[in-house]
Ligand binder design. Structure first.
Ligand code: GRF
Length: 219
């Protein structure tokens, strides 16, 4: 039986596209994206999913008076598809601890910084303001704390003297598209687990694979 993956989105959907391509090529093995769910009705990611023949749902956060009723509705929609795993791909809502707990060990997120640096929004502007020389992206398990769950894989990129927010964001995004399918491939194949808050990836200790990526490293 293929693994069932639900992807949550809010916007453009380039990480969703990277996941779909990786499922189609077999980089993410034996996995079907069974639904794409957005909190924004106008998210371009929904059109992308529809064009790919994937069922879409929208749970518009503006229709809910508080976070927990939104999360309950979102959870009901997700669970309709009986997923094995849930991937947040540019999903821009904070989730309640109850929601995070419900999917603990089964839900991952991509964040455009080398966590724990620059959680939250505007990560590229923050990186430029701080003058860091390395920036990047992180895939982590989702826990109750925003952008603070156990780290699975990080991809680093240089910050160049001539960078602005757009050029830096584009370099990081290309790295996101490398590391997110990789992390999901490990997850669905059972190589990756979260146990007592710690990440285990089979083969990491033996040096068969590395969750530390930078431009030029082999996939
Ligand atoms: C990505 O940079 C992701 O890391 C962040 O939001 C952006 C979403 O981009 N959380 P896309 O919708 O996947 O193109």
């Amino acid at each position: 039986m293929p693994k069932r993956l639900v992807v949550l989105v809010s916007g453009r959907g380039s990480n969703l596209q990277a996941i779909l391509s990786a499922c189609a090529s077999g980089q993410i093995p034996a996995t079907e994206v069974v639904a794409v769910i957005s909190n924004r009705p106008q998210a371009p990611a929904l059109a992308l999913a529809t064009a790919a023949g994937i069922p879409v749902r929208c749970v518009d956060h503006r229709r809910f008076g508080d976070r927990s009723s939104f999360d309950a509705a979102l959870r009901a929609q997700i669970n309709d598809f009986a997923p094995d795993h849930v991937a947040l791909a540019g999903f821009m809502r904070r989730l309640t601890p109850e929601f995070a707990q419900h999917y603990e060990g089964r839900m991952v997120n991509i964040h455009p910084s080398l966590l724990p640096a620059f959680p939250g929004l505007h990560t590229h502007a923050q990186a430029l303001a701080e003058g860091v020389k390395l920036h990047g992206a992180t895939v982590h398990f989702v826990t109750a704390d925003l952008d603070a769950g156990p780290i699975i894989v990080q991809g680093a990129v240089p910050v160049l003297a001539q960078d602005n927010v757009d050029s830096l964001a584009a370099r990081v995004l290309a790295m996101e598209h490398r590391i997110y399918p990789q992390a999901i491939a490990w997850l669905v194949s059972g190589r990756l687990r979260m146990e007592q808050g710690k990440v285990t990836i089979d083969g990491e200790k033996a040096g068969e694979l590395s969750p530390c990526i930078w431009p030029g490293t082999e996939d």
